[in-house]
Design a binder for this molecule. Sequence first.
Ligand code: ADP
Ligand code: ADP
Length: 228
Amino acid sequence: MASITLKDIVKKYGDGFPAVKGVSIDIADGEFVILVGPSGCGKSTLLRMIVGLEDITSGDLLIDGERVNEKAPRDRDLAMVFQNYALYPHLTVAENIAFPLRLNKGRLTDAEIREKVERAADLLDLREHLDRKPANLSGGQRQRVAMGRAIVRDAKAFLFDEPLSNLDAKLRGQMRTEIARLQRRLATTTVYVTHDQTEAMTLGDRVAVLRKGELQQIASPRALYEQP
Ligand code: ADP
Ligand code: ADP
């Protein structure tokens, strides 16, 4: 777990208009922060800069107080869950969940990997599905496998990029409850991008509202709701 600090973060793609124009946010250890705003406001860009998939043009990104602007994604120790799940179709559920651990071969024994995979599967209600392939799973189950892959790594934070937008309304409601429960249980620092108002108002400790690359406000859902 870790705190994440954004200090006056700017992103310019090429020599175009800045996509992010000086955003500062302090995310506490264990906090669940939602980034919300209309399409094109810079949500994904911000998330991708935090995880290290996109260079930061100026400003400072700190993880647990340490500046990580130049650190490679894998050295930042953050786990990202994508909208399209990015599962490996030829691997089983267990192999998909174990994949990030296999990348660090040698650090963990097979027994340790198995234990971590089983613990994640229990948390996500995937125990009976470990030997199946992603093609044979429902959308909600695929989403859970993607979350499992984030959980097993014991990462410092979870980063979600519109994880529920490919699901139908009913499943979205169900997964929303599950993500909230899981985050509270693991108490892992979480940054969650969405354009869905319901997700924004029900999931997080605080909601950061972005507009045209700027932070408009950041407050608890209740404070935002009670605003005139
Ligand atoms: P959101 O996630 O809120 O929809 P994005 O972060 O994807 O917004 O985009 C913010 C702005 O940056 C948009 O104007 C978008 O067109 C631009 N942008 C995003 N990615 C790139 C890119 N790879 N190259 C150039 N411009 C980009
Ligand atoms: P291997 O490359 O050792 O043959 P497997 O294909 O069996 O690995 O599975 C990949 C990983 O997922 C392994 O680390 C294994 O411990 C774990 N795993 C596979 N099947 C299960 C299962 N049914 N329950 C729990 N963990 C499993």
